[in-house]
Design a protein around this ligand. Structure first.
Ligand SMILES: [Zn+2]
Length: 203
């Protein structure tokens, strides 16, 4: 019989402090604790892989059951993406290069980046989202279904890595950021973005 994985967090994943205090529970099942040192809030124990698979299914993305919502959301996200890409281009003094987005949702940012001349790669955990991204990219760039530590840095490195509304979903933010650093070219740019605000939807 397979031993059940212990998902209890013993120390803060950001600062390693081992004093985690119970704050409250969500629906009596998910305990939220706070790190005494840096103030990070996290679920303890962490959700299992099976629970995460259930959460990040097709219904996770707003609009999968609301066709009108999908179009409207996509237009808003593409406008936001163009704004950030313009800022990025001004900062770098150039457009184009290898761009990685981790957790690209439905691929709106990647599609906008591809249209500005970037070679885009999307890394996505959810296989249902990977299908949507491939469809949105219409053959441009590539979509890898998996997790960040599965990406090799031997052949490919990136000029820009984008994250939007991703880091709070990771089990180990320090390990995640270590992998981002590993995948960037020397002088590469890491751009963590706040989530796009969708009117009427809590973030
Ligand atoms: Zn901490």
């Amino acid at each position: 019989m397979r031993k059940k994985r212990d998902l209890t967090v013993k120390g803060c994943p950001c600062c390693n402090n081992n004093k985690l205090y119970y704050l409250f529970s969500i629906r009596d099942t998910h305990r939220v604790v706070m790190c005494q040192d840096c103030g990070l809030l996290l679920l303890n124990p962490q959700p299992s892989d099976e629970e995460l698979d259930a959460i990040y299914g097709p219904e996770y993305f707003l609009g999968n059951s609301l066709e009108n919502g999908t179009d409207h959301q996509s237009r808003l996200k593409q406008a936001t993406a163009v704004n950030y890409l313009n800022l990025l281009g001004r900062y770098r003094g150039a457009s184009g290069g290898e761009l990685l987005e981790v957790g690209p949702g439905q691929g709106d940012f990647l599609a906008a980046a591809a249209s500005q001349g970037y070679n885009v790669t999307g890394l996505e955990y959810s296989s249902s989202a990977c299908d949507v991204i491939k469809s949105n990219l219409q053959g441009q760039g590539r979509v890898i279904c998996g997790e960040i530590d599965q990406l090799s840095d031997e052949q490919e490195k990136y000029d820009v890595c984008i994250l939007s509304d991703v880091i709070e979903h990771t089990r180990d933010p320090r390990y995640f950021l270590h992998n981002i650093h590993r995948l960037l070219k020397p002088g590469g740019l890491f751009l963590p973005l706040p989530p796009a605000r969708i009117p009427g939807r809590p973030n």
